[in-house]
Design a protein around this ligand. Structure first.
Ligand code: DLL
Length: 436
């Protein structure tokens, strides 16, 4: 297959040159932030660092970290580095865990963000002959606007669907012959399920690729979606604080996401000590935005746990790869002292032949944690005799115990009874937080 890139020279730049470019940009960016963001200047002063101490990427470790708490403290304008008259857009997080994050963009920032998304679309096989259906939410959420901008840059015919109205999504997909679908993996699974219900098989739909991200998803889920939609499914990562989707993306090798290193400098740190860890170590991902103007976060702690690798990639891209995030430190549940990630449960379910429709309910009764998992019965396995259901629940609970080390109470519920997600799926109901 012919190799395709959106910005070949940058995407295949020799590593030494990328590092040189990063060093030059970092020196400039630190000055920009120091001069324009009093909040960060104060953090630098507290650490005894000045822009003169930063001569290149080897000095990055001298800079202070920024955390989500800093963003909350500085809300809304405290980390803005450009006059408002130069900003053209904001985007924001859903704000489910406290105050919203509001990110600001100049036109330059939007252009570089769109380029990052365009790289992802081209890596998934997109060209100006494609029809790209963007079914991430539009509005404050970055998913829709980001992929929309990228799709325009590639020259695809863009369908700005946003999420929801699933039957209409399918109608447009078939009538306008969409070849690329962009949405969350849980919404892709839901679209696949609805297609099946409407009587379509994968051969009836024109899609060839999907660009799915914004939430954790397992390899098992990838295979499931690829099968139901008859496509190749690519992962894409990003966060509002660093622009949105497109900080990194998968190529055809599907073995991790290339980080757009000309714009984002990545580190892995020990989340407890803040110590920078060598390549290949598992730890918290930290990003420094190298040329964003309006909201240029330096050493921002993402709370996403993953591994970086510079192993050469068969696609020819030289940018470092990050693994799928192995859950956020704040996604992890601690149940009876044991760490549990929803992704582990998803893996068990798909391996055992169930659909990825589940909900974890945790509570505390008499000072002890209760742990229940509601799982949809597969229509083809459906059996309403009590003994059959109990046997299936027991065997699923055992498979989960093997994976997690603790025993959940599994409830098999009727097919389609767990609410479907059109954006980021809500997998966990932790009632303990309500009592604390
Ligand atoms: O979710 C941006 C985005 C939109 C990424 C569309 C990809 C596609 P936030 O709402 O700020 O931004 O959430 C960011 O979502 O720190 C991760 O924990 C998680 N996340 C994003 N992409 C992935 C992914 C968008 N591919 C937070 N795999 C991040 C796992 C992801 N987790």
């Amino acid at each position: 297959m012919e190799k395709r890139y959106y910005q070949k020279e940058i995407e295949t730049m020799p590593v030494e040159e990328i590092k040189k470019l990063q060093s030059e940009k970092l020196v400039k960016q630190v000055k920009h932030v120091y001069e324009n963001v009093p909040y960060y200047r104060k953090l630098m002063e507290e650490k005894g660092v000045t822009p003169d101490d930063i001569k290149g990427i080897e000095d990055l470790h001298k800079l202070p970290f920024l955390t989500k708490n800093d963003l909350r403290d500085a809300y809304p304008y405290g980390l803005l580095a450009m006059p408002l008259k130069d900003c053209v857009r904001i985007q924001s997080t859903s704000g489910t865990t406290g105050k919203r994050v509001v990110a600001f963009y100049t036109q330059h920032d939007i252009d570089l963000w769109d380029d990052c998304c365009a790289r992802a679309i081209v890596a998934a096989g997109g060209t100006n002959e494609d029809v790209c259906q963007v079914s991430y939410g539009y509005g404050l959420f970055t998913g829709g606007p980001g992929l929309n901008g990228g799709s325009h840059k590639v020259g695809c015919l863009t369908l700005p669907m946003s999420s929801g109205f699933t039957e209409r999504q399918i109608q447009f997909m078939c009538d306008l012959k969409a070849t690329i679908l962009c949405c969350t993996p849980s919404y892709a699974a839901y679209i696949g399920e609805t297609l099946k219900d409407m009587g379509y098989s994968p051969e009836d739909i024109p899609l060839k690729a999907g660009i799915f991200g914004a939430e954790p998803w397992t390899e098992e889920m990838r295979r499931d979606i690829e099968k139901t939609l008859g496509i190749k499914a690519y992962d894409i990562y990003g966060l509002t604080e660093t622009s949105g989707p497109g900080v990194s993306f998968e190529c055809e090798e599907q073995t991790g996401m290339h980080i757009n290193e000309d714009h984002f400098l990545a580190e892995i740190i020990d989340p407890d000590t803040g110590e920078v860890l060598p390549e290949g170590s598992k730890g918290e991902l930290v990003f420094t935005a190298l040329d964003k103007e309006a909201f240029p976060l330096l050493r921002y702690r993402t709370r996403d746990i993953c591994v970086l690798s510079r192993k050469p990639c068969s696609c020819g891209r030289t940018h470092i790869k990050m693994s799928k995030p192995m859950g956020r430190s704040d996604d992890m549940l601690i149940i009876r002292g044991v760490n549990v990630f929803p992704s582990q449960i998803e893996t068990v379910l798909l391996n055992e032949g169930y659909t990825p429709n589940y909900q974890i309910v945790v509570d505390r009764v008499n000072n002890s944690d209760t742990f229940e998992v509601n799982v949809e019965m597969n229509p083809d396995k459906f059996d309403d005799t009590v003994s059959a259901v109990t046997a299936l629940e027991k065997s699923l609970a055992e498979a989960m115990k093997k994976m997690l080390g603790i025993n959940p109470k599994v409830h098999l519920v009727a097919p389609k009874s767990i609410v479907r997600s059109e954006g980021k799926a809500v997998r966990v109901i932790d009632k303990r937080k309500l009592h604390d």
